[in-house]
Design a protein around this ligand. Structure first.
Ligand SMILES: *[C@@H]1O[C@H](CO)[C@@H](O)[C@H](O)[C@H]1NC(C)=O
Ligand SMILES: *[C@@H]1O[C@H](CO)[C@@H](O)[C@H](O)[C@H]1NC(C)=O
Ligand SMILES: *[C@@H]1O[C@H](CO)[C@@H](O)[C@H](O)[C@H]1NC(C)=O
Length: 492
């Protein structure tokens, strides 16, 4: 399905890469131009690298600290044993840390679905793509744990799986594995705030301003991303993104890229714990034909098993409060509306062709647990059947936790910050999580409490060490944007 022009670009890249002096290490943004990683849509590599760079904290000594916990499998990151044949990465003595792989977007048995907590801009194209090309890119980190819950990143690599359907195996391809320098990560971080007129001077690259404008329309809400894509992609493969921005196959014929790029479909929370559908950017041409938003349990549910639906009623953007209790995984799909006739209520319509899919519902930035300061444990807020729930992740090495937390409790707080006195629980009374996909977080036991409090925007869970206080952790409020939380260092 790769167009000729793109293929041409590909071949050019490969030959450039093989003669290039930088083969092996990418030391500036410019070097990303010459490699295959992330270059064909719907490959997610550049978004992934951008996300990672913005979730690494570089201190004044040049130490890189991770903003999340790989041993807890945050964002679906998992241990990578470097046992592929041929071996893509240098052999690592145990005292030098471990490799972790980030970016597998396909949930499977060995890999919980935490990757879906990655933000929309990383996962979106993957929900709408039917191409085997997707989901090949990975970022691999060499990580050491230092002290309690401090994760030092010593090396970052970009790599990719061999192409599907080939006879080259399923491992990572060493010929497309590169070390990412500290400098490159810093450059990506700075794109969020840089004056774009300085870019040619500082990075010695030109930007195609028309492409940048196009890209800003799509990725503008993620600071620095459009700029990264413009620098890396726009000259080497003009129109790359423009032509194939991860369309749903059936829609390629009916939708133009220009129509599709702004469509946004989201699930949010009503103040009654129900799913709220939000849509925006629906082009007029589609509105004129009639379209509807349809709620599904998740990306895997087939088109007949809808939970709720609503016509968008000619509104390019709007919302619809469903009566479906909120659960992780819910997904909105945009369908054509086929009018089948009239009844006394008005139009009768059925669901036509699918046009576009939103990401599955995961309140990404709230789903990552917050540390219980000073202890080998962390607290996570989540939703189940519309109710506020909490998980405790307790490190296996924290063997005395029941004694230490004997008088500790978790309380659920409303958006006004008041404790709902009916909904709190002793930490030691949480029950062991039985979901099988948690079973293989090797270093942790996971405990869960499902409260009777209705989830709504602003709800928070807090961990209190003693009967009468001693707050040690507080989750970010549900569905509220916390400054500095989305990108960069998590405030505590
Ligand atoms: C979503 O579903 C489509 C169609 O079944 C599939 O091709 C795609 O890989 C799925 N994406 C994810 C992230 O599961
Ligand atoms: C839908 O839910 C939102 C959030 O709870 C609320 O502000 C809004 O008034 C609701 N709309 C309707 C029509 O009930
Ligand atoms: C804490 O320990 C005491 C004495 O061992 C026990 O009576 C009490 O029930 C414990 N508290 C909780 C919440 O289990």
């Amino acid at each position: 399905m790769v167009g000729r022009g793109i293929l041409g670009c590909f071949i050019l890249f490969l030959s450039l890469a093989s003669v290039s002096a930088i083969k092996g290490t990418l030391s500036s943004i410019k070097d990303l131009k010459g490699i295959e990683f992330g270059h064909t849509s719907p490959r997610q590599g550049l978004m992934l690298l951008h996300w990672l760079a913005n979730n690494i904290h570089i201190d004044s000594n040049g130490n890189m600290r991770l903003n999340f916990n790989p041993t807890r499998r945050d964002y679906g990151i998992h241990l990578y044993r470097n046992a592929d044949n041929p071996r893509p990465l240098p052999v690592l003595p145990p005292q030098h840390g471990s490799y972790y792989s980030l970016g597998n977007l396909v949930p499977n048995n060995n890999n919980n679905d935490g990757a879906m907590a990655l933000p929309n801009y990383v996962t979106q194209s993957f929900y709408n793509s039917r191409e085997p090309e997707s989901n090949r890119d990975r970022v691999v980190l060499r990580v050491r744990e230092e002290g309690s819950n401090q994760f030092i990143v010593d090396e970052v690599y970009v790599t990719q799986h061999y192409p599907p359907n080939g006879n080259t195996g399923t491992g990572y391809d060493p010929d497309n594995t590169y070390l990412v320098s500290f400098n490159l990560l810093t450059q990506i971080q700075r794109l969020a705030t840089i004056d774009r007129n300085d870019i040619p001077r500082i990075y010695n690259v030109e930007i195609n301003h028309n492409s940048l404008q196009e890209l800003e329309n799509i990725w503008g809400h993620t600071p620095g991303l459009a700029l990264l894509l413009a620098i890396v992609l726009s000259f080497t493969c003009p129109n790359f993104l423009i032509k194939k921005q991860a369309f749903h196959e059936t829609t390629q014929s009916t939708l133009k890229y220009e129509d599709n790029k702004l469509i946004k479909l989201e699930v949010k929370t009503t103040d009654r714990g129900k799913a709220r559908i939000i849509w925006s950017g629906i082009p007029k041409r589609l509105l004129d034909q009639g379209v509807m938003v349809v709620l599904h349990r998740n990306n895997n549910s087939d088109s007949k098993s809808e939970l709720d639906r609503s016509s968008v009623g000619g509104e390019a953007s709007g919302s619809y409060n469903t009566s479906v209790p909120l659960n992780p995984g819910l997904q909105v799909r945009l369908h054509k509306e086929v009018k089948t006739g009239w009844n006394y209520l008005g139009f009768r319509s059925t669901i036509g062709e699918e046009i576009w899919r939103g990401s599955e519902f995961h309140d990404a930035n709230r789903e990552i647990p917050v540390d219980i300061i000073g202890y080998g444990a962390s607290l996570q807020l989540f939703v189940k059947d519309g109710k506020a729930c909490a998980r405790l992740y307790v490190k296996k090495s924290f063997t005395v936790w029941r004694k230490t937390f004997n008088n500790s409790w978790v309380g659920f707080y409303s958006s006004e910050g008041t404790l709902d006195h009916k909904t709190w629980q002793w930490a030691v009374k949480f029950s062991k999580e039985s979901r099988s996909d948690w079973a293989d977080i090797p270093g942790y036991d996971v405990f869960v409490y499902e409260s009777s409090m209705t989830m709504s925007p602003g709800v928070q869970a807090r961990f209190m060490l003693e009967k009468s206080g001693g707050e040690k952790a507080r989750t970010p409020p549900w569905e509220r944007l916390v400054q500095g939380f989305i990108m960069g260092w998590r405030p505590l």
